[in-house]
Design a protein around this ligand. Structure first.
Ligand SMILES: Cc1cc2nc3c(=O)[nH]c(=O)nc-3n(C[C@H](O)[C@H](O)[C@H](O)COP(=O)(O)OP(=O)(O)OC[C@H]3O[C@@H](n4cnc5c(N)ncnc54)[C@H](O)[C@@H]3O)c2cc1C
Length: 440
């Protein structure tokens, strides 16, 4: 990399950061991509790792190898802790990295609404570590129930406590997890135990809003709820969870005992806005200019879940929206915004005029509810069921990084589909957990 080329620092190797980096392939820049993890993660399929259908390396790849052929990129694994916009420095844990242009794509974290202590009891699904932890928690609950029943150490109430799984938040993650847990207990695990019946597991889904999948049209939400109930999930809408502890939750004032509580309610943006003292919306996203730059800092861009972007959109068949819309927190806006920020930088360096303001090509929303059922809202057409599931599967396979992963995932799905079994039933951390509980 030449010493005189402009230096672009990209923070975050998720959808926004990775696609921005790739889009700079031909630009006369040297790119430093910094991520606290060494992998790019395909989050839409993370619930399949958490429930044992896929293994971690099928939905994640090392950033270094994904970008190994792009000669103008270096990858650093470190956590960014702050930014000095005056000196144009990014602070990582021990050092600083200088930049001419900065792209912030640091995503979100779950919002525990001021109760961060709930995070330990009710993990959310964000990273591969969380997926392992959740898979471990779920499988351990079945193991504990079996052991207690085998040793006659508890009655029906005790077994029910072990086999009650609570999910807080009925957005896409809550719905995916609830439906998959229901099917897992009724199919994959059904015949593996001698003293308990996994089919008796209770899957309880709580949502403060009046309906599940609140960002989908009402008619699709209603269909999703009916399908969840058919799978055996008990759905509680208009129900606010006000306490979480090791014994379960309190929902609308009622104590619900549950051994496993999983969190999928509300999100907060990463602290990138605070690093810059930039204008933020109420979830902490940076309110950016129409060219995605941060107000007052034309050389800094925020994209994806870190940014509050209001833009015009066009649907799949090219029809323009009547009103500009706030970009939803899903993968497509992050990808398109990442590419757009790269284009602004490339054009600026080439001395070309700025591109037109960012607009969003809205390809619609998909959500999966169990093994063979999905919802598709393509804006000009909506449908549900197996046909939507085929579309969901095709889109998700297409966007997986790497041919080997695509091929393996198709094989794993086909196997799971035919046998109704889950492949990944082992999980890390068991010895650590056991020694934490054993007397010294
Ligand atoms: C479980 C789950 C399921 C989802 N399902 C879907 C779906 O089906 N369809 C869909 O379209 N969207 C889905 N989403 C949303 C989608 O994944 C996000 O909208 C998208 O990933 C946003 O991209 P991003 O680049 O803004 O952030 P991310 O993809 O979250 O990437 C952020 C990156 O920044 C890194 N990072 C964060 N902080 C720092 C720091 N301080 N220093 C260094 N690196 C840092 C992280 O390690 C991460 O790699 C899902 C999200 C989750 C959590």
């Amino acid at each position: 990399m030449g010493a005189s080329t402009a230096r672009v620092v990209v923070v975050g190797g998720g959808f926004g950061g990775l696609f921005a980096t790739r889009a700079l392939v031909k630009a006369p820049v040297s790119v430093t991509l910094i991520d606290k993890r060494n992998y790019h993660l395909f989050r839409p399929m993370l619930y399949q790792v958490a429930t044992g259908l896929l293994s971690a390396d099928e939905i994640a790849g090392p950033l270094r190898s994904i970008l190994s052929r792009q000669r103008n990129v270096e990858v650093l694994q470190d956590e960014v802790t702050g930014i000095d916009p005056e000196k144009r420095l990014v602070h990582v844990r021990q050092h600083e990295v200088s930049y001419d242009f900065l792209i912030l794509a640091t995503g979100i974290r779950y919002n525990y609404f001021g109760h961060d202590e709930w995070r330990h009891v009710a993990p959310g699904l964000e990273s591969l570590d969380d997926a392992d932890l959740i898979r471990g928690k779920v499988l351990t609950a079945f193991e504990r129930a079996e052991e207690m029943a085998a040793l006659e150490r508890t009655g029906a109430e005790g077994i029910k406590h072990f086999l009650t799984f609570v999910l807080v938040g009925a957005g896409t993650v809550g719905v995916e997890m609830a439906s998959t847990l229901a099917e897992m207990s009724r199919m994959a695990l059904a015949h593996d135990f001698r003293h308990i019946d996994p089919r008796s597991a209770q899957i309880l889904l709580y949502e403060a809003a009046p309906r599940v999948l609140p960002t989908f049209p009402e008619v699709l939400s209603a269909k999703a709820q009916r399908h969840l109930e058919r799978l055996g999930v008990k759905v509680h809408t208009n129900t606010r969870v006000t306490a979480v502890d090791a014994d379960g939750i309190v929902a609308n004032g009622v104590r619900v005992r549950a051994c496993t509580v999983l969190w999928g309610a509300g999100v907060l943006a990463s602290p990138a806005g605070r690093w810059l003292g930039a204008p933020m919306d109420k979830s902490g996203k940076i309110v950016v200019n129409p060219d995605l730059s941060v107000p007052g800092h034309p050389e800094i861009f925020a994209v994806g879940d870190t940014a509050h972007v209001v833009a015009e959109s066009r649907n799949l068949i090219g029809l323009k929206s009547k009103q500009p819309m706030v970009m939803p927190g899903v993968a497509q806006p992050a990808i398109q915004e990442g590419k757009y920020a790269a284009r602004v930088i490339s054009r600026r360096l080439a001395g070309d005029s700025a591109p037109a303001p960012f607009w969003y090509w809205d390809k619609g929303d998909l959500a999966i509810v169990g093994r063979t059922y999905a919802l598709a809202d393509l804006r000009f057409i909506r449908f549900t069921g197996f046909s939507a599931w085929i579309l969901w599967a095709a889109v998700h396979i297409y966007f997986l990084i790497g041919f080997a992963n695509r091929f393996l995932v198709v094989l794993q799905w086909a196997f799971a589909f035919l046998t109704k079994r889950r492949q990944v039933r082992v999980f890390p951390g068991q010895e650590r957990a056991a020694s934490a509980h054993s007397p010294r």
